[in-house]
Write a protein that binds this ligand. Structure first.
Ligand code: AMP
Ligand code: MG
Length: 398
């Protein structure tokens, strides 16, 4: 594919990536629910229990019959959480219940302990209220209810809900396998190896960290020399152990940028290699059978953006999930730019007032500036100015 070809528009590029990512086939596996945080549920989860599992007191107090309002009651028994009542209520009787304990048969409400005084087997009540203070069996969940519909990412809250519904095993997708290749003769891994012309490889660890954050399985991470054959060979072997290969660098117009030619050499279909987005013009995308290969630009800001814009989206699509929608927020100041031939994603921070404030940065190599940003705001191709308080689309990445 020629490097001087026209830049592809963002929406078209996203559509191509979505189409290829949908063909990534993931196996499923049954795992312990307690190991499932970070995984994607592959089958709907059905509750095994009613929640609450019995009529339960929401307060420490005295259970009495519905409508049986009096100044005092005979106390029948004491029921702690984890115990079962042994006596049914009758008019003019009450049983002392603790929060979380089952209420006795016939209970219509629980009078809070704060409004009572007990002596010699009799409880005096100073105030009756309307509230029943009883959680009714099955009012939250019934056995057989679908607790979570697949596919969905499981976080702490989801796992806790599955556990409270009596689910002990869940069917999840195997993690999307990702190979990371950092290209460039200039990159080193050890500050001891820094010499004139050399830089630390930050893209590899950046991508590996992002994969970890989104529970993708990094199956290989290595550096590749700026050499056509080595690049082709590295992609070929990375494909053996992965669903997605992410390269960084080697996609620009330089004499030693071999990534897209190497992709072609090993029979991949290169779909595009110029994107009408700033930063990220040399973004390259190729596919093989059920696999996606991303040639991200070398500059770290582009890598960070393109991971969220394309790679994460491809992984989500592989799991059958929809990519996150961009949110809309007002911008905190006037924004202007000169060239409008590409869409722009610029770093921004969300202020306490809920506006997007542009973060100052020197361009796509300025990785350190990104630590101040919550994400990127979007400026459409052809748009050169946004007035203060106009709404912008914002891709939150933190
Ligand atoms: P390239 O697209 O290979 O020309 O790279 C563009 C810029 O990104 C160059 O300044 C590279 O030195 C830099 N770069 C490439 N790879 C990395 C990396 N792994 N970590 C940090 N910077 C990189
Ligand atoms: Mg390079």
């Amino acid at each position: 594919m020629h490097k001087h070809s026209e830049m592809i528009l963002l929406d078209k590029a996203l559509g191509i990536v979505d189409g290829c990512a949908a063909s990534i086939a993931l196996d499923t596996e049954m795992i312990d629910v307690r190991d499932s945080a970070g995984r994607v549920l592959a089958c709907d989860a059905v509750s095994q229990l009613a929640l609450p599992p019995f009529n339960k007191s929401a307060m420490d107090g005295y259970a009495v019959m519905d409508g049986d309002e009096r100044d005092e009651y005979e106390v029948l028994e004491f029921i702690a959480a984890g115990c079962v009542p042994t006596l049914a209520l009758k008019p003019a009787t009450a049983s002392k219940v603790m929060t979380g304990a089952p209420v006795p048969q016939g209970a219509g409400k629980v009078i809070m302990v704060e409004f009572t005084e007990e002596a010699d087997g009799v409880v005096k009540v100073s105030r009756h209220s309307e509230k029943s203070n009883i959680c009714v069996m099955g009012e939250d969940v019934k056995p057989g209810d679908v607790v979570l519909k697949a596919p969905v990412s499981l976080g702490a809250l989801e796992v806790a809900n599955l556990i409270s519904c009596g689910i002990s095993k869940v069917q999840v997708f195997k993690k999307v396998r990702v190979a990371i290749l950092s290209t460039g003769d200039e990159i080193v891994d050890d500050p001891e190896d820094i010499a004139p012309g050399k830089i630390m490889d930050s893209n590899g660890p950046l991508l590996a960290g992002l994969c970890g954050k989104y529970a993708l399985d990094v199956t290989c991470q290595s550096a590749v020399k700026d050499d056509r054959q080595s690049t082709a060979q590295a992609i070929k072997s990375a494909l053996l152990s992965s669903d997605i290969v992410i390269l960084s660098g080697g996609v620009s117009m330089g004499d030693l940028d071999f990534v897209d030619t190497a992709m072609g050499d090993i029979g991949l279909k290169v779909h595009f290699n110029r994107l009408a987005v700033k930063p990220g013009r040399p973004m390259t995308f190729a596919s093989a059978d059920n696999k996606a290969v991303f040639g991200l630009p070398g500059n770290p800001v582009s890598v960070y953006l393109m991971f969220h814009l394309f790679v994460l989206r491809a992984a989500m699509t592989a799991y059958g999930m929809k990519p996150a929608e961009l949110i809309e927020l007002p911008i905190s100041e006037d924004f202007k730019r000169k060239k409008t031939d590409r869409a722009l994603f610029a770093p921004g921070v969300i202020t306490t007032g809920g506006k997007v404030k542009p973060v100052k940065y020197h361009g796509s190599a300025h990785l350190i500036a990104l630590m101040k940003a919550d994400g990127f705001f979007f400026v459409e191709k052809g748009i050169g100015a946004i007035a203060v308080d106009e709404k912008v689309k914002f891709m939150r990445v933190k």
